[in-house]
Design a protein around this ligand. Structure first.
Ligand code: PMV
Length: 349
């Protein structure tokens, strides 16, 4: 899975790099996994532009592995432990990674653990920094598929935050080149009416979520609906793919909503079940559907593992969606001003 030069790479004394990686929002959800962080079904996401993690790493050669992690200016022990575990596990395949002190300084442009996939952007940023170190150590270039695989091992959905505006992760006969190992940039195949798609994120609550995605994926192992979910996800993927190729916003939008509500239905029907949505999330969903019906504006919602609602719509609808959000929806967000205006982005840099 890793380039063979990496396995026997010689360390370099010191190296510093910085990366900015975006969040992504899945239209077809990954929920349930197998083997080494491989997905139970293919997923597809839109890469965001403004919601990002900025990570700077100073690598210093030593004879053991240690991590010092600063998040938004403060030492962050829980992230530090998670990152240390991740690097220890990588160093079993890539020994040179076990010989550094990692000083990591990171910040988000959005509240972390609020259901905006902060683990995706942060793991993608970390993986690209590691790929740059390895590229330097082996006198090669950065291989984006390998960077995406590295990100995947930290957090599955992170593999969709490296390269491209629309990304497919998970092998499917519908998309040549798709893989369980890494995200594939499919932007060029997607109909131009989806290019520059907007994502208005309505923050219902920025509180840390009660059940982590890791625990949620774990519950899918025993979930009574797991097998039918994986069949449904493939069917939804296939139908949405047709819609994305043809420019059929209605089809894509309707399936996106089914996917979001299915994700939360799976959480509610897990054992033990849990609810991440807030009353305000439901009120926003109701108003979006009503607005769409009355105005004919193609605005659809999706939801990540959290209470926040993402409104997805074509750029051409922005002039109508913006006043709707300001007059009707913003009052249901946190402190009456929890809105992030985001849109399609290009990936990490
Ligand atoms: O990447 P993880 O392990 O944090 O899982 C997140 C999965 C969802 O965000 C809920 C769905 C998705 O496909 O992004």
């Amino acid at each position: 899975m890793f380039p063979k030069e990496w396995l026997s790479a010689k360390p370099i004394e010191s190296f510093s790099t910085s990366v900015s990686a975006p969040a992504n929002i899945a239209f077809i959800k990954y929920w349930g996994k197998k083997g080494p962080q491989l997905p139970a079904n293919p997923s597809l996401s839109l890469t965001l532009s403004e919601s990002r993690t900025l990570t700077e790493i100073d690598f210093k050669l030593q004879n053991k592995l240690s991590v010092e992690l600063w998040f938004e200016g403060k030492r962050a022990e829980s992230f530090e432990k998670k990152t240390l575990d991740y690097l220890i596990s990588l160093s079993q395949s890539i020994p040179v990674l076990g010989q550094y002190h990692y000083k990591i300084q990171s910040q988000n442009t959005f509240p972390h653990s609020s259901g905006i996939a902060s683990s995706a952007s942060s793991q993608a940023a970390l993986a690209l920094c590691l790929s740059q170190l390895m590229a330097r150590a082996t006198h090669t270039g950065v291989d984006w598929n390998v960077a995406s695989s590295l990100a995947r091992l930290g957090s599955g959905s992170a593999c969709r935050s490296l390269k491209g505006s629309f990304v497919v992760w998970g092998e499917t006969s519908r998309v040549p080149g798709s893989s369980d190992e890494y995200g594939l940039d499919v932007t060029k195949l997607i109909h131009s009416s989806f290019h520059n798609a907007k994502d208005c994120i309505l923050i219902s609550s920025s509180k840390e979520k009660e059940v982590s995605s890791r625990a949620g994926h774990g519950q899918m192992k025993e979930h009574p609906f797991a097998q039918s979910r994986f069949v449904q996800a493939r069917e939804n993927f296939s139908q949405m793919w047709d819609g994305l190729l043809k420019g059929d916003w209605e089809k894509v939008g309707e399936l996106m909503e089914v996917e979001a509500l299915t994700l939360h239905a799976l959480m509610m029907t897990s054992n033990p079940g849990y609810i991440l949505l807030e009353p305000s999330s439901l009120e926003i969903i109701r108003l979006v559907r009503l607005f769409r019906k009355e105005s004919g504006v193609p605005v659809y919602f999706t939801i990540d593992a959290g209470p926040n609602i993402h409104l997805i719509y074509p750029e051409s609808a922005h002039a109508k969606v913006e006043p709707f959000v300001r007059h009707e929806l913003i009052r249901f967000t946190e402190n009456g001003n929890g809105v992030i205006w985001d849109q399609m982005g290009l990936g990490a840099k």
